[in-house]
Design a protein around this ligand. Sequence first.
Ligand SMILES: [Mg+2]
Length: 403
Amino acid sequence: MAAEAGPTKRMAESTLLLNYCETQPRDPMKNDCIENVTFWPIDTPVTDPFVVSTGTRIAAENVFVRITLSNGIHGYGEAAPFPEVGGEDRWSCLQSLARLAPSLIGRSVRDYQSLAHYLAEQAPAQPSARCGIETALLDAHCRATGIPLWRLWGGADVRPRVTDITIPIATQEKTLSLACGWYERGFRLFKMKVGKDVDGDVRRLEALHRVLPGISFIGDGNQGFSRAECLAFADGVRQFGGTMVLLEQPVVRDDLDSLAAIRRETGIPVAADESVRSLDDARKIVAQNAADYINIKIMKTGVLEAAEIAAFTLKANLKLMVGGMLESRIAMGCSFSLVLGMQGFEVLDLDTPLLLTADPVQGGYRYEGPTLQPWHEPGLGMSVSVPADARTTSIKRQTLDER
Ligand SMILES: [Mg+2]
């Protein structure tokens, strides 16, 4: 996937204390000013290779962000760049964080909305880097005001919710062994990565259908099918009697005509994922009747624009799905806060922490089988320790004050 390493890149990941240049004067009346922004790369291997139609990942190569306020409160965020969707890789993400963080120093965290707009202007093509900062701002703000993050999104609907589970592209044998393991843990909605081989995809789904009673499928093509291939795939699943509840992004993102045709011709709801990376994209989907669902992902847009798209989607009488990239519980907890705080998310694809070999976070929401249990502590309710060997970058206020 995204090539990394190289001496220059490694150097930029080494521990730095940067002077900042665009800081705001400290407001003595406010004790929630941003004093410090620290971020570090974190690799978490996946339990099984994460193969989708566009490529393979063996680890979540993400960046954690910690914002410290003048009252000592920390807020946490995560950037999970996924090059095939957003065009970012971790290197560009780290660079963007180093460029954006100085402008936050000295600002009150309660200005999170104007800060998010500023970040969007400064780094329009770096949504996952912005998402890491925005999440940390929101977490810090909610901790400072003593409310769980879901409270921020309005009419809270705080109940446990059930997620699907993702099965990557694999051999039929591997597909079966993975799915049987999840089935035993209570999962019944299987999001099948497809889109490379119609016949092979149909056979993999059929194999699960034959041995696991009561399951349903989401077919996520990640843009890998042509229109005709997707129609053949849907027909193949229909012929063996499988229950396909959703076809997610079967064709390339700009081909809205095919998305519209697929939902018309199959009668199966279609979800737009890669097709929607902004509010304008969502407007186009609505204008062309191209999907039934919009898949909200904070890494595609940043958090506040994701909430804006979700509100627009509901107003336009489309349905909401929520998903993520390869994320830990920090980013996924932020997405879960949207589910709990707003209404109308019908399909949850919030499973990627379960696909990782480690959980680098304490506290917050919990998984019980396929069920996500809400938290009630302020912010995300999580704590994160910085690993002793982390290659941290810190942007601090103290340097300027001492000059
Ligand atoms: Mg998808």
